[in-house]
Write a protein that binds this ligand. Sequence first.
Ligand code: ATP
Ligand code: SF4
Ligand code: MG
Length: 327
Amino acid sequence: MAGSGSAHLRARDEVLLRVEDLVVEFPAGRGRTVRAVSGVSFDLARGETLGIVGESGCGKSSAARALVQLPPPRAGSVRLDGVELTALSGEALRQTRRRLQMIFQDPISSLNPRRRVREIVGEGPRVWNLPGDRVDEVLEAVGLDPATAAVRRPHEFSGGQCQRISIARALILDPEVVICDEPVSALDVSVQAQILGLLEDLKDRYRLTLVFIAHDLAVVKNVSDRILVMYLGKVCELAPSAELISRPAHPYTRALIASIPGGGLDLPPADTLISGEPPSPVSPPTGCRFRTRCPRAAARCAEEEPQIRQVGEDHWLACHYPAASTI
Ligand SMILES: Nc1ncnc2c1ncn2[C@@H]1O[C@H](COP(=O)(O)OP(=O)(O)OP(=O)(O)O)[C@@H](O)[C@H]1O
Ligand code: SF4
Ligand SMILES: [Mg+2]
């Protein structure tokens, strides 16, 4: 077992995106600040899918937007292929941003209702001066019939089909990383499975690297190579999917897994039940941020913040008293 120190939740393969000590802040009124993301670090290997999970408000979207510098983070480093994005501006940032595309939760509102699909999907190449003749190809790739879909407007499609259009709009820019922020949360369960399957197919076909954000661990567990669990702006645990699901060490991860119907882990309720809402990130608890809801909390948890440390070959954890059966 390795120790803590300056390790950064390394991916083992070629690193495409390296995120270090990311901090995102917003004004919270009356001169106060909300630190939505509070020192998050992780690596993304080329070709991998990283799932990011955590309750509403834990900072998933803020972290995702900071990766694409919209807006740039308050502090920290985001390096794509060794290029420091936080140091770029103007045309250099715009060109690099093309390589990182985002897909959002609500596909219908993210598509211009007055435009036809051909214009919506073809707009990016016009803006970036790329060849625009790939519209039919990407529509076909996302499972839409170019002949009929391209001339219609968004309101003529279902939610799932609109998400396919959003994916086509991202794909046509030939991105390396696609950050999917709750891409299936607004869709029916049957449609969710189709969109997840589509993203997996496209990942192989276009050699994409994916960040897949969800509040529900059940959604990401089958599509992610590794999963990062966030709580109140911090990383609790990061591990390969199968290991995280079968040997969760952080009490919060264990609670998330226990809440998956048929999740496969027979964990005692006393060890996994958490109640109430997360505290406000404007004034997080001292010590461990999870301590006000943690079934394992002890005096040390209020005094000393647990630092992220390596507890297995590819397993990272921030907890003073992890589940003994796993670590
Ligand atoms: N533009 C903003 N101005 C002020 N506060 C913000 C802003 N955006 C996010 N926040 C706050 O930052 C924190 C993190 O929000 P964020 O949207 O990143 O969480 P999330 O994990 O994506 O939540 P959800 O699952 O609901 O999408 C929350 O407390 C939120 O209220
Ligand atoms: S450090 Fe303490 S409060 Fe935080 S998750 Fe671990 S046991 Fe719970
Ligand atoms: Mg969000």
